[in-house]
Each structure stands twice: as structure tokens, then as C-alpha cells.
Design a protein around this ligand. Sequence first.
Ligand code: FDA
Length: 464
Amino acid sequence: MTVDAASTLERDVVIIGAGPSGLSAARELKKAGLSVAVVEARGRVGGRTWSDTIDGAWLEIGGQWVSPDQTALIALLAELGIDTYPRYREGDSVYIAPDGTRTRYTGEMFPVSAETEAAMNKLIAVLDELAALMDPAKPWDHPQARELDIISFHHWLRAQSDNEEACNNIGLFIAGGMLTKPAHAFSALQAVFMASSAGSFSNLVDDNFILDKRVKGGMQGVSLAMAAELGGDVILNSPARTVRWQDNGDGYLATVVSDAATVTAKRVVMAVPPNLYSRVSFDPPLPRRQHQMHQHQSLGLVIKVHAVYETPFWRGEGLSGTGFSAASLVQEVYDNTNFGDDRGTLVAFISDEKADYAFSLSPEQRQREVTASLAEFLGEAAKEPVVYYESDWGSEEWTRGAYAASYDLGGLHRYGPDQLTPVGPIHWSCSDLAAEGYQHVDGAVRMGQSTAKQLIAELLPGHP
Ligand code: FDA
């Protein structure tokens, strides 16, 4: 439905979406001297980052960790004067094998049989080699792009190895851990791209690397700080409904109609994930290629579980709080105790088909089964949290899943080369389309900054 908006604004650029990508774009455009307006559907900024207090517990409901390769985000944090702190990782991790055996271990390699360890190392080496051959900005140019994109990651793993435990464990790092889709639902090329975007597959396996640091005050603070700089140019509670544009010969004229404002501008930045593009009416309609492409990009599904205890009781047992099991309901668990907090917080992830199962239960039964799964890793005390909360991004109208979007089988090499092609004045910017930092806040920031750079070159030729 197109809503007649209350106020009419004229700007150089209108940005749709006040997540980290849209706000990074707006900030760079404004620094260059261009005028901007950011229209945001929700009553808050930050998109998939959201730091809030629930039942007296302060929680990172969305994105939170920073890894050393995420240099655009690290630089932005420094610019905004926001500090980070290391994730707690002292003590033993726990691995639960397919037969339910629980083993404490240290280091990165799961405590598996020598045969499974060799099979896992072989798969890691092959994935590292494939990722090294990929430019994350052009996964479709990989020498084996088509071959890898027409086979599911599940089947590709099994073509490399007949060790089922090794295939499931390696699958976990990409399927449950990142794309949050079953390994049969995306291609091997998409998996190699995920690894290449993070520097290597070995980086994804190394939780000390990929989950290195947290942000003091919360990851949403990055967006809140950028929005504070932009002041009244950020318009909340204002979903964009229609984007109209025409080419006047001497330039584009675009009009974005949102609930609280109609903005005319020379350029439009769609800073929302691709699964939401079709929530907006485009006039003229987007080209066939875009219509098709966007139907092949979808968000994964993961439940981020927060369980808060009076104390981080697992530390007293010499446990780090880290646990992995491809076979359990909870596939990953970490100590997520907040900076300076006396209470202990665990964060756990339940991904894709396991999330389907968990959501089929009543909330009470789900909590019982999830905390029982936590107890298998960390002991009986895990069954009695003082605060229990599930981040359910699949129910959020303006996101519809977590963590981010990926292509279905064959989609990455088929459509990827066109995913950043502007349509008239409309540019695309979100973590889901990033090269480095794909699916992460770092990628969102990189995309915002590179989109801004492109628009500055177009609108302010000669700008340094
Ligand atoms: P994002 O989705 O954040 O922002 C888009 C904005 O557009 C939203 O605010 C939305 O409301 C708005 N919008 C949508 N449609 C609109 C319309 N029609 N009109 C106006 N506004 C509209 N990353 C990381 O680096 N470390 C981590 O640990 C994690 N962990 C993690 C956990 C969970 C549970 C989630 C959900 C996500 C993560 N992530 C993460 C991912 C990270 O949060 C994500 O990649 C970025 O927030 C994406 O930023 P964008 O700005 O691209 O989109």
C-alpha cells in the first residue's frame, strides 16, 4: 500500500534502511558534503544489531562479535570511540560426539578418532585451497565456479570423504555456524565463498579468531553513534513503500514514498537485505534480471538462545563455556558474559532444521529441551537460568530470518555478477552482498562505504 507521507524532503541521496550499511553510507555521503535522508521501517536503528535489556538482563539480541580480519568495522569503532573486549575463553571446550559421548578438549581440533581427525584436516585443507583461489568480490570467476555451484555442500563433502562424522563437523562450520541453512540447501561454491570472505576456511574453524572480540555497550551502539551524528536526517517508523524514478536527460529524479516522509533525491540506496526488496513497489518495475535474482536469495534461520545465571558456574569447573556438537539440538554454545557483569551468560545457537523442530514445541517444552541440551555440555546447573530468552529474527517483519541471505543451489554463479548493478538511480548495499565481511557487520560497513564512494564520484566529480 502506498501511504501519503506527511512531510516532503529534498535530498541528494535517500537511503532506505538504518542498519549499519545504510548508516555507514549516509555518514560518508554527509562527510563529503551531500545531503541525505535515511528512512527506517522500525522504531529503532541498527537493523540486525540490537542490544537491549530483557527481564533485567542486558543482551546482544543480534550481531555482536568482531574478528581481526574485520578491519572496516574495527576502524569505524575506533573513529566512533567505541571500545571492544575479548570473549572469555579460558579453560576446556566440550565436544559431544554423534553417539552422545562428551569429551573435554583444548585447541581447535575436536577430540575425534585419528581417522576422523585426518578426514577433517583433509577437508579443511581442500576448502582452504579452493578459498585461496577465489576473489571474494567475484566468486563466480573461481576456476571451478560452475562445478562447485551445481552441487550441494552436503553432497560435495561426501564426494570428498566417506567419514560421516568429519563431513558433519566440517558442514557445521558453514551450514549451522554461518549460512544457517541445511548443507543440502546451498552449494559448495557458496561455502567456499563464505570461507574466502573470512580470509580462509581455517579462520571459520577457529572460534578464537571468528568470535574474537565483543563491543562495549553493544554492537547496536555502532549504529546508534552514526545515527546520532545524522540527527534529524534519520526518520524512524517509516517503511519505504514506493520508489519512483525517471531519467530527465540531465540526471535522475527519484521519489521515495515512506510512511513518515516523501523524499525526492538524485540517488536511492536500498540498504535492506535482498529478501525484502519486493516489499517495496518500484516504478518503473525492476528489470527481469533483478526480479529473478531476488527470488533466489533467502535468509537462513537460527535461534540465538540467551541463558543468564547468577554466576558463570562453568568457569569454576575449568570450562570455557565453548561447546560444539553437530548431533545435538544446541550445536554451538559460548560464554557470553557481559563486560563487568557478575552474572554469567551463555549464548547458544539452534540452526535450520533443528530450529524448525524447536519452534514446533511449546515455549515451555522448548526451553526445557534447550536447557537440557546446554546441560549436556556444561552440567546440570545449566537447566536453571534466571533469565532465558530466544532471539527470533524469523518473526521480525523487517528481517525475516538470520543471520543473512545466501543464494540457493546454482544461484551464486548465475546471478552474482549482477547483484551490485545499479538500476537507474538505485544502488544496493547490505552485508548480504558484501565481498569481505559477507553476512557480518563489517561487510555491511564496507558496502555502505563503497556505495557512498561510488555515489560521491557520480554526484561530486573531482571530489578528493
Ligand atoms: P540490516 O538488516 O542490519 O539493516 C537493514 C535495515 O533496513 C533494518 O533496520 C530494517 O528495519 C530496514 N528496512 C527493511 N525494509 C525497509 C523498508 N522497506 N523501509 C525502510 N527500512 C527498511 N554479524 C557480525 O558481524 N557478528 C556477529 O556476531 C553476528 N551475529 C548475528 C546474530 C544474529 C542473531 C543476527 C540476526 C545477525 C548477526 N550478524 C552478525 C549479522 C549482522 O547483524 C548483519 O550482517 C548486519 O546487521 C547487516 O547490516 P545491514 O545494514 O546490511 O542490514
